[in-house]
Design a protein around this ligand. Structure first.
Ligand SMILES: O=C(O)CCC(=O)C(=O)O
Length: 223
């Protein structure tokens, strides 16, 4: 069956899989994520890396067959899950993520991430925003000011965004947004007082050799 996944991903640098996870699955993941946060905390950055290490439920989520099929279209036959993280925003952890590409964090081969909504996400509670097609510009210099202590040490500067078309990616619980590691993306602060939790999982082409990634503790082939 012809699929839009590869074409859309190649053109825009991202593609949405609506309702990849059911209401029940998403509720279960949020509940499990809450337990992980209670046990480990997320600090001021609102980020907890290693959900699939903390719970086998997230390992299972990472291998969802529809997601794996989409990844295979984009990556090829050998799809490896590397790691995942919870990005947690609520009334007290309300940061917006600054504009960046993910590539400076990964290095080596290109990685593909999937942003999974554990809550409905809008500009009011911190949904993603992207510059469609920006992945075609190549790796940008990340010289933006990172002195606010919120993490995200790699930041694009204002000039990189000048004149660019920005699209808000509102999402429903269970939606998955697959995106290229060169896509310019950011997220809104959460001004709603309500939760905006997202699970972000990262994959790579298993045929590519890479530096040793210490953070990829739960890496496994999913295809
Ligand atoms: O979920 C968010 O608020 C954005 C996270 C993000 O941009 C990232 O982790 O690369």
């Amino acid at each position: 069956m012809a699929s839009h996944v590869k074409e859309e991903y190649s053109r825009n640098g991202y593609v949405v899989l609506p309702r990849l996870y059911s209401e029940e699955e998403t509720a279960l993941y949020k509940e499990e994520a809450r337990k992980v946060v209670e046990q480990n905390g997320v600090g001021k950055e609102g980020v907890y890396v290693g959900m699939a290490v903390a719970s086998s439920l997230f390992k299972k989520a990472a291998a969802h067959p529809v997601l794996v099929a989409a990844m295979k279209e984009i990556i090829g036959e050998e799809v490896v899950f590397l790691s995942d993280k919870l990005v947690f925003k609520n009334a007290s952890t309300d940061f917006g993520s600054p504009w960046h590409q993910d590539y400076p964090y990964w290095k080596g081969s290109h990685k593909i991430s999937v942003w999974i909504a554990l809550d409905d996400a809008t500009p009011a509670n911190g949904c993603l925003k992207v510059v469609p097609g920006s992945h075609l510009k190549g790796a940008a210099f990340h010289g933006g000011d990172a002195s606010d202590g919120l993490g995200f040490i790699n930041r694009l500067g204002d000039a990189d965004l000048e004149g660019q078309t920005v699209v808000d990616l509102t999402a429903s619980r269970g939606d998955a947004i697959i995106f290229h590691d060169l896509l310019y993306h950011a997220s809104y602060p959460n001004t709603s007082g309500k939760d905006r939790w997202a699970l972000i999982s990262t994959y790579k082409d298993g045929t590519q050799t890479d530096p040793e990634y210490k953070w990829a503790k739960a890496a496994f082939r999913v295809s």
